[in-house]
Design a binder for this molecule. Structure first.
Ligand SMILES: *[C@@H]1O[C@H](CO)[C@@H](O)[C@H](O)[C@H]1NC(C)=O
Ligand SMILES: *[C@@H]1O[C@H](CO)[C@@H](O)[C@H](O)[C@H]1NC(C)=O
Ligand SMILES: *[C@@H]1O[C@H](CO)[C@@H](O)[C@H](O)[C@H]1NC(C)=O
Length: 371
Protein backbone atom coordinates (compact mmCIF):
# COMPACT_ATOMS: atom_id res chain seq x y z
CA UNK A 1 0.00 0.00 0.00
CA UNK A 2 1.42 3.37 -0.96
CA UNK A 3 1.82 5.41 2.20
CA UNK A 4 0.60 8.69 0.84
CA UNK A 5 1.37 11.79 2.80
CA UNK A 6 -2.16 12.91 3.42
CA UNK A 7 -3.37 9.54 4.67
CA UNK A 8 -0.80 8.80 7.32
CA UNK A 9 -2.29 10.88 10.17
CA UNK A 10 -5.71 9.34 9.71
CA UNK A 11 -4.19 5.92 9.39
CA UNK A 12 -2.62 6.41 12.74
CA UNK A 13 -5.85 7.82 14.06
CA UNK A 14 -7.94 4.87 12.90
CA UNK A 15 -5.29 2.40 14.00
CA UNK A 16 -5.20 3.94 17.44
CA UNK A 17 -8.95 4.16 17.61
CA UNK A 18 -9.85 0.67 16.47
CA UNK A 19 -7.02 -1.48 17.65
CA UNK A 20 -6.04 0.12 20.92
CA UNK A 21 -8.71 2.39 22.27
CA UNK A 22 -11.89 0.53 21.36
CA UNK A 23 -10.91 -2.84 22.90
CA UNK A 24 -9.74 -1.03 26.02
CA UNK A 25 -12.92 0.98 26.40
CA UNK A 26 -15.20 -1.93 25.70
CA UNK A 27 -13.35 -3.85 28.40
CA UNK A 28 -14.16 -1.06 30.79
CA UNK A 29 -17.62 -0.78 29.18
CA UNK A 30 -17.20 2.95 28.70
CA UNK A 31 -18.91 4.85 25.91
CA UNK A 32 -16.68 5.05 22.84
CA UNK A 33 -15.89 8.69 22.05
CA UNK A 34 -15.55 10.04 18.55
CA UNK A 35 -11.84 10.49 18.58
CA UNK A 36 -11.11 11.72 15.09
CA UNK A 37 -12.84 15.05 14.84
CA UNK A 38 -12.85 17.38 11.90
CA UNK A 39 -10.42 20.24 12.44
CA UNK A 40 -11.81 22.22 9.55
CA UNK A 41 -15.37 22.34 8.21
CA UNK A 42 -15.80 19.35 5.91
CA UNK A 43 -16.53 20.10 2.25
CA UNK A 44 -17.89 17.28 0.07
CA UNK A 45 -18.62 16.98 -3.63
CA UNK A 46 -20.64 13.97 -4.71
CA UNK A 47 -21.18 12.49 -8.17
CA UNK A 48 -23.67 9.70 -8.70
CA UNK A 49 -27.11 8.34 -9.49
CA UNK A 50 -30.32 7.80 -7.52
CA UNK A 51 -28.41 6.03 -4.77
CA UNK A 52 -27.06 9.42 -3.71
CA UNK A 53 -29.45 11.95 -5.33
CA UNK A 54 -30.67 14.32 -2.59
CA UNK A 55 -33.16 16.11 -4.85
CA UNK A 56 -31.33 16.73 -8.12
CA UNK A 57 -33.88 15.11 -10.42
CA UNK A 58 -36.74 17.17 -9.00
CA UNK A 59 -34.66 20.35 -9.14
CA UNK A 60 -33.32 19.66 -12.62
CA UNK A 61 -36.29 18.26 -14.46
CA UNK A 62 -39.25 19.05 -12.22
CA UNK A 63 -39.91 15.33 -12.21
CA UNK A 64 -42.37 14.50 -9.43
CA UNK A 65 -41.16 12.26 -6.63
CA UNK A 66 -44.26 11.74 -4.51
CA UNK A 67 -45.03 10.83 -0.94
CA UNK A 68 -44.67 8.26 0.71
CA UNK A 69 -41.06 8.87 -0.30
CA UNK A 70 -39.55 10.60 2.72
CA UNK A 71 -42.23 9.44 5.18
CA UNK A 72 -39.91 7.93 7.81
CA UNK A 73 -37.59 10.89 8.34
CA UNK A 74 -38.47 14.08 6.47
CA UNK A 75 -42.25 13.45 6.65
CA UNK A 76 -42.51 14.83 3.13
CA UNK A 77 -40.90 14.04 -0.18
CA UNK A 78 -37.54 15.72 -0.66
CA UNK A 79 -36.80 14.13 -4.02
CA UNK A 80 -34.84 11.31 -2.42
CA UNK A 81 -35.90 7.84 -3.55
CA UNK A 82 -36.28 6.30 -0.10
CA UNK A 83 -38.55 6.59 2.91
CA UNK A 84 -35.82 8.61 4.61
CA UNK A 85 -32.14 9.38 4.57
CA UNK A 86 -29.71 8.02 2.01
CA UNK A 87 -26.25 6.69 2.73
CA UNK A 88 -24.73 10.05 1.76
CA UNK A 89 -27.00 11.86 4.25
CA UNK A 90 -25.92 9.55 7.04
CA UNK A 91 -22.25 9.95 6.11
CA UNK A 92 -22.64 13.75 6.20
CA UNK A 93 -24.31 13.51 9.59
CA UNK A 94 -21.40 11.44 10.90
CA UNK A 95 -19.28 14.58 10.34
CA UNK A 96 -21.92 16.88 11.82
CA UNK A 97 -22.20 18.40 8.36
CA UNK A 98 -25.55 19.47 6.94
CA UNK A 99 -27.07 17.47 4.08
CA UNK A 100 -25.61 18.25 0.66
CA UNK A 101 -27.74 20.49 -1.55
CA UNK A 102 -28.31 19.38 -5.12
CA UNK A 103 -26.18 21.47 -7.47
CA UNK A 104 -29.24 22.15 -9.60
CA UNK A 105 -31.37 23.43 -6.72
CA UNK A 106 -31.94 27.11 -7.39
CA UNK A 107 -34.81 27.45 -4.90
CA UNK A 108 -35.00 27.24 -1.15
CA UNK A 109 -31.80 29.09 -0.37
CA UNK A 110 -29.45 26.21 -1.07
CA UNK A 111 -26.22 26.74 0.75
CA UNK A 112 -23.15 25.30 -0.86
CA UNK A 113 -20.76 26.15 1.96
CA UNK A 114 -20.23 22.44 2.71
CA UNK A 115 -20.06 21.30 -0.91
CA UNK A 116 -22.58 20.24 -3.52
CA UNK A 117 -24.28 17.12 -4.77
CA UNK A 118 -24.20 16.54 -8.52
CA UNK A 119 -25.91 13.12 -8.36
CA UNK A 120 -29.14 12.73 -10.35
CA UNK A 121 -31.55 9.79 -10.55
CA UNK A 122 -30.91 7.63 -13.60
CA UNK A 123 -27.40 8.88 -14.30
CA UNK A 124 -24.79 6.62 -15.80
CA UNK A 125 -21.22 7.12 -16.94
CA UNK A 126 -21.98 6.49 -20.62
CA UNK A 127 -23.07 7.77 -23.05
CA UNK A 128 -21.30 11.08 -22.37
CA UNK A 129 -22.88 14.50 -22.79
CA UNK A 130 -26.35 13.24 -21.91
CA UNK A 131 -27.98 14.82 -18.85
CA UNK A 132 -26.75 13.96 -16.27
CA UNK A 133 -23.97 11.57 -17.15
CA UNK A 134 -20.79 11.53 -15.08
CA UNK A 135 -18.87 13.77 -17.48
CA UNK A 136 -21.70 16.35 -17.38
CA UNK A 137 -21.70 16.20 -13.58
CA UNK A 138 -17.95 16.85 -13.64
CA UNK A 139 -18.41 19.74 -16.10
CA UNK A 140 -21.02 21.20 -13.77
CA UNK A 141 -18.47 20.91 -10.99
CA UNK A 142 -15.88 22.80 -13.08
CA UNK A 143 -18.40 25.58 -13.61
CA UNK A 144 -19.33 25.56 -9.93
CA UNK A 145 -15.67 25.78 -8.93
CA UNK A 146 -14.86 28.65 -11.29
CA UNK A 147 -17.88 30.67 -10.11
CA UNK A 148 -17.22 29.92 -6.44
CA UNK A 149 -13.66 31.13 -6.64
CA UNK A 150 -14.78 34.29 -8.44
CA UNK A 151 -17.30 34.93 -5.65
CA UNK A 152 -15.21 33.62 -2.76
CA UNK A 153 -14.36 37.16 -1.69
CA UNK A 154 -17.95 37.42 -0.42
CA UNK A 155 -17.03 34.72 2.10
CA UNK A 156 -20.04 32.48 1.54
CA UNK A 157 -18.63 30.27 -1.16
CA UNK A 158 -15.86 27.74 -1.22
CA UNK A 159 -12.32 29.00 -1.77
CA UNK A 160 -9.42 27.37 -3.55
CA UNK A 161 -7.95 25.85 -0.42
CA UNK A 162 -11.29 24.27 0.53
CA UNK A 163 -11.58 22.75 -2.96
CA UNK A 164 -8.14 21.19 -2.43
CA UNK A 165 -9.06 19.81 0.99
CA UNK A 166 -12.54 18.62 0.01
CA UNK A 167 -13.70 15.03 -0.30
CA UNK A 168 -14.70 13.90 -3.79
CA UNK A 169 -17.19 11.02 -3.76
CA UNK A 170 -18.25 8.91 -6.72
CA UNK A 171 -21.05 6.34 -6.67
CA UNK A 172 -21.74 5.37 -10.28
CA UNK A 173 -22.07 2.33 -12.48
CA UNK A 174 -25.32 0.72 -11.40
CA UNK A 175 -27.27 2.23 -14.28
CA UNK A 176 -24.55 1.39 -16.80
CA UNK A 177 -25.00 -2.27 -15.86
CA UNK A 178 -28.79 -2.08 -15.54
CA UNK A 179 -29.32 -0.22 -18.82
CA UNK A 180 -27.31 -2.74 -20.81
CA UNK A 181 -29.22 -5.65 -19.30
CA UNK A 182 -32.54 -3.95 -19.95
CA UNK A 183 -31.68 -3.57 -23.64
CA UNK A 184 -31.79 -7.36 -23.67
CA UNK A 185 -28.09 -7.63 -24.38
CA UNK A 186 -26.39 -10.88 -23.47
CA UNK A 187 -24.25 -11.28 -20.37
CA UNK A 188 -21.15 -11.32 -22.59
CA UNK A 189 -22.17 -8.01 -24.17
CA UNK A 190 -22.79 -6.45 -20.75
CA UNK A 191 -19.36 -7.56 -19.59
CA UNK A 192 -17.73 -6.20 -22.73
CA UNK A 193 -18.91 -2.70 -21.86
CA UNK A 194 -17.38 -2.68 -18.38
CA UNK A 195 -13.89 -1.40 -19.33
CA UNK A 196 -15.29 1.72 -21.00
CA UNK A 197 -17.38 2.49 -17.90
CA UNK A 198 -14.31 2.10 -15.68
CA UNK A 199 -12.33 4.38 -18.00
CA UNK A 200 -15.01 7.02 -17.67
CA UNK A 201 -14.70 6.94 -13.87
CA UNK A 202 -10.95 7.24 -14.30
CA UNK A 203 -11.46 10.31 -16.49
CA UNK A 204 -13.60 11.86 -13.78
CA UNK A 205 -11.04 11.25 -11.03
CA UNK A 206 -8.21 12.57 -13.19
CA UNK A 207 -10.12 15.74 -14.06
CA UNK A 208 -10.89 16.36 -10.39
CA UNK A 209 -7.25 15.66 -9.53
CA UNK A 210 -6.05 18.12 -12.16
CA UNK A 211 -8.37 20.66 -10.51
CA UNK A 212 -6.55 20.15 -7.21
CA UNK A 213 -8.73 17.44 -5.62
CA UNK A 214 -6.67 15.00 -3.54
CA UNK A 215 -9.22 13.10 -1.44
CA UNK A 216 -11.41 10.53 -3.16
CA UNK A 217 -14.04 8.18 -1.77
CA UNK A 218 -15.32 5.70 -4.33
CA UNK A 219 -18.25 3.34 -3.77
CA UNK A 220 -18.50 0.19 -5.79
CA UNK A 221 -21.87 -0.99 -7.07
CA UNK A 222 -24.34 -3.11 -5.09
CA UNK A 223 -25.84 -6.50 -5.91
CA UNK A 224 -27.95 -5.52 -8.91
CA UNK A 225 -29.47 -9.00 -9.12
CA UNK A 226 -31.06 -8.68 -5.67
CA UNK A 227 -33.24 -5.69 -6.59
CA UNK A 228 -36.95 -6.66 -6.52
CA UNK A 229 -37.42 -4.65 -9.73
CA UNK A 230 -34.92 -6.79 -11.64
CA UNK A 231 -36.28 -9.98 -10.10
CA UNK A 232 -39.81 -9.14 -11.18
CA UNK A 233 -38.88 -8.12 -14.73
CA UNK A 234 -36.48 -10.89 -15.74
CA UNK A 235 -38.12 -13.94 -17.29
CA UNK A 236 -35.46 -16.63 -17.26
CA UNK A 237 -34.30 -16.57 -13.70
CA UNK A 238 -30.98 -18.13 -12.77
CA UNK A 239 -31.04 -17.59 -9.02
CA UNK A 240 -28.27 -17.76 -6.44
CA UNK A 241 -28.80 -19.30 -2.95
CA UNK A 242 -30.35 -16.05 -1.65
CA UNK A 243 -32.82 -15.75 -4.53
CA UNK A 244 -30.92 -13.07 -6.48
CA UNK A 245 -30.17 -13.09 -10.22
CA UNK A 246 -26.76 -14.71 -10.65
CA UNK A 247 -25.84 -13.12 -13.98
CA UNK A 248 -26.70 -9.58 -12.78
CA UNK A 249 -24.63 -10.06 -9.65
CA UNK A 250 -21.75 -11.56 -11.63
CA UNK A 251 -21.69 -8.51 -13.89
CA UNK A 252 -21.75 -6.22 -10.85
CA UNK A 253 -18.86 -8.17 -9.32
CA UNK A 254 -16.82 -7.90 -12.53
CA UNK A 255 -17.47 -4.16 -12.64
CA UNK A 256 -16.35 -3.90 -9.01
CA UNK A 257 -13.21 -5.88 -9.71
CA UNK A 258 -12.37 -3.42 -12.49
CA UNK A 259 -13.08 -0.45 -10.22
CA UNK A 260 -10.97 -1.89 -7.40
CA UNK A 261 -8.12 -2.40 -9.83
CA UNK A 262 -8.50 1.14 -11.17
CA UNK A 263 -8.22 2.51 -7.63
CA UNK A 264 -5.03 0.48 -7.08
CA UNK A 265 -3.57 1.81 -10.29
CA UNK A 266 -4.51 5.41 -9.56
CA UNK A 267 -3.07 5.17 -6.03
CA UNK A 268 0.36 4.40 -7.44
CA UNK A 269 0.07 6.96 -10.23
CA UNK A 270 -1.35 9.89 -8.24
CA UNK A 271 0.97 9.53 -5.28
CA UNK A 272 -0.17 12.55 -3.31
CA UNK A 273 -3.85 11.58 -3.56
CA UNK A 274 -5.84 9.44 -1.14
CA UNK A 275 -8.21 7.11 -2.96
CA UNK A 276 -10.51 5.06 -0.76
CA UNK A 277 -12.49 2.23 -2.35
CA UNK A 278 -15.57 1.05 -0.44
CA UNK A 279 -17.10 -2.39 -0.97
CA UNK A 280 -20.80 -1.51 -0.93
CA UNK A 281 -21.58 -4.81 -2.69
CA UNK A 282 -20.30 -6.88 0.24
CA UNK A 283 -22.27 -4.79 2.76
CA UNK A 284 -25.55 -5.01 0.85
CA UNK A 285 -25.15 -8.67 -0.05
CA UNK A 286 -24.47 -9.53 3.59
CA UNK A 287 -27.56 -7.56 4.61
CA UNK A 288 -29.70 -9.49 2.12
CA UNK A 289 -28.18 -12.91 2.82
CA UNK A 290 -28.30 -12.49 6.60
CA UNK A 291 -31.34 -10.22 6.85
CA UNK A 292 -32.94 -12.06 9.78
CA UNK A 293 -29.78 -11.78 11.85
CA UNK A 294 -29.83 -8.00 11.29
CA UNK A 295 -33.51 -7.61 12.18
CA UNK A 296 -34.90 -7.40 8.66
CA UNK A 297 -37.33 -9.63 6.77
CA UNK A 298 -38.29 -10.30 3.12
CA UNK A 299 -35.09 -8.72 1.74
CA UNK A 300 -36.24 -9.21 -1.85
CA UNK A 301 -39.65 -7.55 -1.44
CA UNK A 302 -40.30 -3.84 -1.91
CA UNK A 303 -42.09 -2.02 0.92
CA UNK A 304 -43.67 0.42 -1.51
CA UNK A 305 -44.97 -0.94 -4.81
CA UNK A 306 -47.73 -3.16 -6.09
CA UNK A 307 -48.65 -6.83 -6.40
CA UNK A 308 -47.67 -8.28 -3.04
CA UNK A 309 -45.19 -11.12 -2.49
CA UNK A 310 -42.72 -12.23 -3.58
CA UNK A 311 -41.39 -8.89 -4.88
CA UNK A 312 -44.26 -6.38 -4.55
CA UNK A 313 -43.03 -4.65 -7.68
CA UNK A 314 -45.04 -3.67 -10.74
CA UNK A 315 -43.41 -1.44 -13.32
CA UNK A 316 -46.81 0.12 -14.13
CA UNK A 317 -47.63 0.93 -10.50
CA UNK A 318 -44.44 2.08 -8.83
CA UNK A 319 -44.14 3.74 -5.42
CA UNK A 320 -46.00 7.04 -5.28
CA UNK A 321 -47.95 6.38 -8.50
CA UNK A 322 -51.74 5.89 -8.40
CA UNK A 323 -52.60 2.47 -6.95
CA UNK A 324 -49.38 1.77 -5.04
CA UNK A 325 -49.38 -0.19 -1.80
CA UNK A 326 -46.99 0.54 1.04
CA UNK A 327 -46.00 -1.63 4.00
CA UNK A 328 -46.54 -0.45 7.55
CA UNK A 329 -43.11 -1.26 8.89
CA UNK A 330 -40.52 0.11 6.49
CA UNK A 331 -37.92 -0.30 9.20
CA UNK A 332 -38.17 -4.09 8.79
CA UNK A 333 -37.64 -4.12 5.03
CA UNK A 334 -34.46 -3.70 3.04
CA UNK A 335 -35.96 -2.46 -0.22
CA UNK A 336 -38.06 0.67 -0.27
CA UNK A 337 -39.43 0.80 -3.82
CA UNK A 338 -37.88 -2.21 -5.54
CA UNK A 339 -34.71 -0.36 -6.55
CA UNK A 340 -33.71 1.83 -3.62
CA UNK A 341 -33.10 0.96 0.00
CA UNK A 342 -35.11 1.95 3.07
CA UNK A 343 -33.71 4.37 5.61
CA UNK A 344 -33.34 1.42 8.00
CA UNK A 345 -31.21 -0.43 5.44
CA UNK A 346 -29.22 2.73 4.69
CA UNK A 347 -28.55 3.14 8.40
CA UNK A 348 -27.16 -0.41 8.51
CA UNK A 349 -25.07 0.26 5.39
CA UNK A 350 -23.77 3.53 6.79
CA UNK A 351 -22.66 1.90 10.04
CA UNK A 352 -20.73 -0.69 8.04
CA UNK A 353 -19.14 1.98 5.83
CA UNK A 354 -18.14 4.01 8.89
CA UNK A 355 -16.61 0.92 10.52
CA UNK A 356 -13.81 1.10 7.86
CA UNK A 357 -13.95 -2.71 7.59
CA UNK A 358 -15.07 -2.48 3.96
CA UNK A 359 -12.65 0.27 2.92
CA UNK A 360 -9.32 0.01 1.11
CA UNK A 361 -7.24 1.53 2.60
CA UNK A 362 -8.98 1.47 5.98
CA UNK A 363 -9.28 5.23 6.38
CA UNK A 364 -11.98 6.73 8.55
CA UNK A 365 -14.61 8.71 6.67
CA UNK A 366 -13.40 11.96 8.26
CA UNK A 367 -9.77 11.48 7.13
CA UNK A 368 -9.95 14.46 4.81
CA UNK A 369 -10.93 17.08 7.39
CA UNK A 370 -8.26 16.42 9.97
CA UNK A 371 -5.66 19.03 10.06
C1 LIG B 1 -19.91 15.88 16.04
O1 LIG B 1 -20.48 16.51 17.16
C2 LIG B 1 -20.38 15.75 18.35
C3 LIG B 1 -21.17 16.47 19.46
O2 LIG B 1 -20.84 17.82 19.49
C4 LIG B 1 -18.89 15.58 18.68
O3 LIG B 1 -18.75 14.81 19.85
C5 LIG B 1 -18.21 14.89 17.53
O4 LIG B 1 -16.82 14.79 17.77
C6 LIG B 1 -18.43 15.63 16.23
N1 LIG B 1 -17.89 14.84 15.12
C7 LIG B 1 -16.97 15.31 14.26
C8 LIG B 1 -16.53 14.34 13.20
O5 LIG B 1 -16.52 16.42 14.28
C1 LIG C 1 -34.77 -10.84 -25.40
O1 LIG C 1 -33.95 -11.87 -25.91
C2 LIG C 1 -34.54 -13.16 -25.88
C3 LIG C 1 -33.50 -14.19 -26.29
O2 LIG C 1 -32.59 -13.67 -27.22
C4 LIG C 1 -35.80 -13.15 -26.79
O3 LIG C 1 -36.42 -14.42 -26.75
C5 LIG C 1 -36.76 -12.09 -26.26
O4 LIG C 1 -37.89 -12.00 -27.10
C6 LIG C 1 -36.08 -10.72 -26.18
N1 LIG C 1 -36.95 -9.75 -25.51
C7 LIG C 1 -37.11 -8.50 -25.92
C8 LIG C 1 -38.00 -7.65 -25.10
O5 LIG C 1 -36.54 -8.04 -26.90
C1 LIG D 1 -23.68 -14.05 6.40
O1 LIG D 1 -23.16 -14.08 7.71
C2 LIG D 1 -22.15 -15.09 7.90
C3 LIG D 1 -21.83 -15.14 9.38
O2 LIG D 1 -21.46 -13.88 9.85
C4 LIG D 1 -20.94 -14.72 7.05
O3 LIG D 1 -19.93 -15.67 7.19
C5 LIG D 1 -21.37 -14.66 5.58
O4 LIG D 1 -20.30 -14.23 4.79
C6 LIG D 1 -22.55 -13.70 5.41
N1 LIG D 1 -23.05 -13.78 4.05
C7 LIG D 1 -22.77 -12.87 3.11
C8 LIG D 1 -23.30 -13.11 1.76
O5 LIG D 1 -22.11 -11.87 3.34
Amino acid sequence: MAASRSLSPSHFCSFFFFFLLVPLLSLLSLPIPVLCQCKRPPVIFNFGDSNSDTGGLVAGLGFPVNFPNGRAFFHRSTGRLSDGRLLIDLLCQSLNATFLSPYLDSLGGSKFSNGANFAVVGSSTLPRYVPFSLNIQVMQFLHFKARSIELAASGTLINDESFRNALYMIDMGQNDMANTFSKNLSYAQVVKRIPSVIREIQNAVKTLYTQGGRNFWIHNTGPLGCLPQKLSLVQNKDLDPYGCLSSYNSAARLFNEGLRHLCLEMRSELKDASIVYVDIFAIKYDLIANSTKYGFSSPLMACCGHGGPPYNYNIKVTCGQPGFQVCNEGSKLVSWDGIHYTEAANTFISSKVLSTAYSTPRATFDFFCHG
